[in-house]
Write a protein that binds this ligand. Sequence first.
Ligand SMILES: [Fe+2]
Ligand SMILES: [Fe+2]
Length: 200
Amino acid sequence: MKDNFIGMLKTACDRTNRGNQVSDLVSVLEKGGFFTAPCSTQYHLCKEGGLLEHSLNVASAALNIGLALKYENSHSLVIAALLHDVGKMGQFNKPNYVPNMVKDGRVTKAEPVQKYKISESKPYASNPELLYVDHEIRSIQIISQYLDLTEEESFAILYHNGMYSNLKYALNGKETPLQMIIHFADLWASRVVESSKEAE
Ligand SMILES: [Fe+2]
Ligand SMILES: [Fe+2]
């Protein structure tokens, strides 16, 4: 999956004259834990590597939607889809998600030390040591240090949560084709593709 992600990103950036910026971005993703991070605390793909898998699912849905709707800029589709959730890996050398440890049994005379285990229903929690910033804003902040996003790509990543975002009043009525495709591809991946996989 990781090779697939890097290959797709490299091709899309090469074709838009940004190929030389990819390796720095990829090393930052590597250091920041992007390739191993989960995608959520308890919902879709809350497991190691979930964020990577989700990003590929969004890229695949976005390309299919783009094809059906004859949207021409497939390179921007790939770049925005693969990178939309980069902010979920965390920032400032702190992961966004940490294991959610819960009490494992009770303290007794025979077992005087409290044991802990990872919660089954909610395996991850938001890192209390990382100041809260909406992940779409964090995505833009991280990516923009290494890759020159186009205005359209930047807009699509920033508003990828559509009306489910704190930014909804800013977006209302100003949607763009790329932003709408990324938003719907993200919904489709998380609500349909990934939820049916988990139900299997
Ligand atoms: Fe997101
Ligand atoms: Fe997403």
